[in-house]
Design a protein around this ligand. Sequence first.
Ligand code: FAD
Ligand code: NAD
Length: 480
Amino acid sequence: MSDKFDVVVIGGGPGGYVTAIRCAQLGLNTACIEKRINKQDEPALGGTCLNVGCIPSKALLDSSWKYHETESSLADHGIKIKGSDLDLGTMLQRKDTIVKNLTGGIAQLFKANKVTWLQGTGQLKAGKQVEFQPLDGGETQTIQAEHVVLAAGSVPVDIPVAPVDQNLIVDSTGALEFDKVPKRLGVIGAGVIGLELGSVWNRLGSEVVVLEAVDAFLPMVDKQIAKDAQKQLEKQGLDIRLGARVTGSETTKTKVKVTYSDKDGEHTESFDKLIVAVGRRPYTEGLLSQDAGVSLDERNFIYVDSQCRTDVPGVYAIGDLVRGPALAHKAIEEGVMVAEVIMDEHTQVNYDVIPGVIYTHPEVAWVGKTEEEVKESGDAYKTGVVPFAANGRAMAAGETGGMVKFVADEKTDRILGMHIVGPQASELIHQGVVAMEFGATAEDLQMMVFGHPSLSETVHEAALAVDYKAIHVAQRRRKK
Ligand code: FAD
Ligand code: NAD
């Protein structure tokens, strides 16, 4: 093994592996250090996202939705299925196969791009040296790099009132592996993970109670959209309790007793499993030697500038390790940016136009500013809101819940934010991403032709609604 590289990336998640591939494409001699051992006891690339995050959770969300539809709504279409049965083992196996294929695909991409995968743990030392401890127990080696990219990701936050044992009390990784459907499932945290994984098990038959410390539901989402999402999720059976602060937990052989307090006092609930999903924190343990010279910010993220440079020249940090939303697509784009910055190319991630998606049913998606944020800024604005109930394609699909909302600048007509709760929100939101990236106005979208019948027509109508021009909803002009 060479002990000199142009670039050494520590961490092979979506941030790290993309950085490594882009660096190699640009002609840099690149190594990526990744220490992960997967479920099959094999070294694996892909990080949290591919192994225990985005991909396996979406596989289970899709499978559980198919099961739920078979059980509950196919009969509305005149399809009657007798004796449908849940084979959880096959569902979990299918998820594992998808993960294995995808992570194996990254290893192939490394080979094709001549990226050296160093299987083991990396630690940044002074002078852009990286200490590499191989997984196979081989001798520790010191590697010299021209540039180092830190991409070690994040891990779940622990709370002492509910310590994870991966048996009865689990984190998101344990919640992807239940060997039977828990009869009663508790979830601490009504954030993205709590709602997505709570939905999976709810659809498969669990009675799900979500305990959320904060009084507001999804405070980062536009209020009108969050309110509608909460209503629809509760209708599906999620018992969401806001302002509920967990104060303790106790496990017996088969049950978890959870105590929590809210405005009405102290309560106790008993569950068969408990998921703790109260956020994630940057994973810096063992990553930096004392003399590495890299600073952390007040929340323990690695401190970086807008192009992901740390305080040490030639050392960069990206993804969940640094400020900004903890999302795979944000990590990926930072990785591409860093590779290009290393080559002195002019490039910048547009942090104002990063979409967020919650893959519940209906999905929730947003980009740009919420109405509340724009209102607070004091700038004059206008909104256009159109429900999917006014859309023929949504009716045909039996998916009429939710709406599309635009927030636009009153003076310039520029789109400031797009917010969706409804069918295929995760796909529709990219119309807002493209529009905002090109600095589009509401009028730009109003003048475009959208295919009929399509869910996208609700995007078009919502843009029209910004100026009281929507055809399929009766609009009352707001008083100025
Ligand atoms: P990671 O993916 O965490 O990868 C970091 C890698 O670095 C890890 O594999 C780790 O083993 C390795 N590493 C750490 N330290 C060292 C070291 N010292 N030496 C060697 N290797 C090291 N995001 C979305 O955008 N969409 C989703 O749908 C979504 N769903 C999610 C579902 C769940 C259940 C979870 C938990 C997360 C989800 N996320 C989702 C978030 C997403 O997974 C992260 O934002 C993303 O993985 C961050 O990428 P990263 O490259 O920064 O870090
Ligand atoms: P989160 O920040 O989305 O939600 C955590 C929730 O737990 C918050 O609502 C918080 O108020 C609540 N909470 C915190 N402490 C609590 C306590 N003691 N008792 C009760 N509630 C408490 O975090 P998460 O759901 O763990 O997800 C972590 C990150 O992973 C997300 O921020 C997101 O960036 C990423 N993720 C993204 C997706 C996606 O893009 N679809 C999916 C899953 C995860």
